[in-house]
Each structure stands twice: as structure tokens, then as C-alpha cells.
Design a protein around this ligand. Structure first.
Ligand SMILES: Nc1ncnc2c1ncn2[C@@H]1O[C@H](COP(=O)(O)OP(=O)(O)OP(=O)(O)O)[C@@H](O)[C@H]1O
Ligand SMILES: [Mg+2]
Length: 260
């Protein structure tokens, strides 16, 4: 089971969109996918679920309590995306941050909750908040690797340095290799964007950098709680997600199957 944290401390770079659309594309390949919302903003949860959550609904915050039960009952089926969701709830996840500050042993709560899915799920994608607080740390402790979405801005290249330093710090407890960078909202017509992608490649060396083109249908699909692949199958952004999904899956899932 590959557990991938979708992480970047910068806000609004496309983390949640990557978690949703990469997750849906992996599911379309026949993979068993769980997506986890650890962001108190609950954007992924709102994106995937049509009905609003109520405060007592179970979700991610439950894995950080003293005696967590099995998360099987916490997962919600999301047929339009072909995934199961561990949902976030703004207030309860916000409170969970205080628990994690008081009791750092609970930082492993998500890792422990996901362990029984090894052999059942092929992928777990964890949508992280835009900061390096306790919830992101808990996500990284649960992960086997990370995928880094970036926006195509000049700050993106500099921001990667901070992220790589954080990953090196986490690596003293748990190695989390960077499997891919995804440059979202990519515009081929913007001559600066290829330069930024080239800058990222020079920082990361071997790590593949994929692009997803800027497409208004990505935003339309979100507003209708649908993945881009079924909302606009012929859209270039759908093709971009298919390409990066096939490549990451070939590297992680098929490679693993070959070794086993
Ligand atoms: N390929 C794309 N084309 C057009 N718009 C996009 C694309 N990908 C993402 N967006 C838009 O960019 C904005 C930010 O995306 P998203 O919410 O996924 O970022 P985020 O990194 O999760 O944000 P936060 O840090 O607040 O959690 C959203 O309005 C989203 O619809
Ligand atoms: Mg988000």
C-alpha cells in the first residue's frame, strides 16, 4: 500500500485538486483508493461529498483520540470519484491539533489507523493543510512518500527548499521520498511557466515533474462534486491527470507488484 501525502506549505497550489483528481484517476485504473482529509478547512470533504457534514459525523479527528476504533466504519464511499473518504470536520480537526500538541504520541494515530488497510487499499492519498503543523506531521508519519503540488509562481522554487528541509527532519523518524511534483494551473502560453518547471527540475534532480494545464472545467467539475475525468473527458487537464497517474502508478504499484 502506497500512502502519499499531498503536501506543500503554500496555500492554494492545487493540493486538494490533486488529491481528488489523481485519486479518481487511480481508481479508474482499477486501484483501490482511500483519500484522507487532514485539513481543517475540509475542502476535499466538501469537494467530494454533496451533503453537508454534521459535527457528530465520524472522520479524521477520530484517529487522534485516546482509544480510536477501526477506521473502516469512518470511511465514506464516494462513487463519483471511485474512492473511499476519511472526511474532515473543521471544528473537530481543529480540536485534534490541540490534542496532538499536548500528546505527541498521538501523532502516529493516522499511521496506526491506516495500518490494517495494507493489503486492502492500493493507495491512500492524504490531503494536507497549507502549513507544517501537527496534522501535516501526522500525515507524513503515516506516509510512504509525498507528492508535491506547486503553482507556477517564482516563489514555488524557493518554497521547495523549505519543504525538502522539513522532509529531511521527518526522515529522522520516517523516510518520505518525493515521488513527484505536480505543477498545477500550467499555461503553455505563459513563457515563464516552462522556466519555473525547469527551475524545479534543477532543484529536484531525478524527481519527475508533471504539469496539469490551467482549465476552467477543473473548477466547474469541483463545483459539481465531480472529477475532471468524467466531467470533461476530452479536456486537456483530464489527459494531464491520466499521464501523471499512469506514470506514478507504473513507478509505484507496478514496480511493487513486479518485486513481490
Ligand atoms: N488545473 C487547474 N485549472 C484551473 N484551476 C485549478 C486547477 N487546479 C486547481 N485549480 C484551482 O486552484 C485553486 C486552489 O486549488 P486547491 O484548493 O486544490 O489548492 P490547495 O493547495 O489545496 O489550497 P489550500 O492550501 O487552501 O488547501 C482552486 O480554486 C482550484 O479550483
Ligand atoms: Mg486544500
Amino acid at each position: 500500500m502506497e500512502v502519499l501525502a499531498i503536501v506543500n506549505q503554500k496555500g492554494g497550489v492545487g493540493k486538494t485538486n490533486v488529491a481528488a483528481n489523481f485519486g479518481a484517476s487511480l481508481a479508474a485504473l482499477g486501484r483501490n483508493v482511500i483519500v484522507v482529509d487532514v485539513d481543517p478547512q475540509s475542502t476535499l470533504t466538501k469537494m467530494l461529498l454533496k451533503a453537508p457534514r454534521i459535527p457528530t459525523d465520524p472522520g479524521t479527528a477520530d484517529v487522534f483520540v485516546d482509544e480510536p476504533g477501526s477506521i473502516v466504519e469512518l470511511l465514506v464511499d464516494v462513487p463519483d470519484f471511485g474512492v473511499r473518504l476519511l472526511a474532515a470536520d473543521f471544528d473537530r480537526l481543529d480540536e485534534a491539533q490541540s490534542t496532538l500538541m499536548r500528546d505527541p504520541t498521538r501523532l502516529f494515530g493516522l499511521a496506526q489507523a491506516l495500518a490494517p488497510f495494507d493489503g486492502d487499499a492500493d493507495y491512500v492519498l492524504i490531503d494536507c493543510p497549507p502549513n507544517y503543523g501537527q496534522l501535516t506531521t501526522a500525515a507524513l508519519y503515516a506516509s510512504t512518500g509525498v507528492v508535491i503540488p506547486i503553482d507556477c509562481s517564482w516563489e514555488a522554487v524557493g518554497g521547495l527548499g523549505l519543504l525538502l528541509r522539513t522532509l529531511r527532519r521527518v526522515a529522522t523518524i520516517k523516510p518520505v521520498p518525493v515521488h513527484a511534483v505536480v505543477a498545477t494551473c500550467y499555461k503553455a502560453s505563459n513563457t515563464f511557466h516552462p522556466e519555473i518547471v525547469a527551475g524545479v527540475r534543477s532543484v529536484l534532480g531525478e524527481t519527475p515533474v508533471y504539469t496539469v494545464r490551467d482549465a476552467i472545467d477543473v473548477q466547474r467539475a469541483v463545483s459539481l462534486h465531480r472529477p475532471i475525468r468524467t466531467f470533461a473527458p476530452k479536456n486537456g487537464a483530464t489527459t494531464d491527470y491520466e499521464i501523471l497517474t499512469a506514470a506514478i502508478d507504473a513507478k509505484l504499484y507496478k514496480e511493487r507488484a513486479r518485486v513481490e
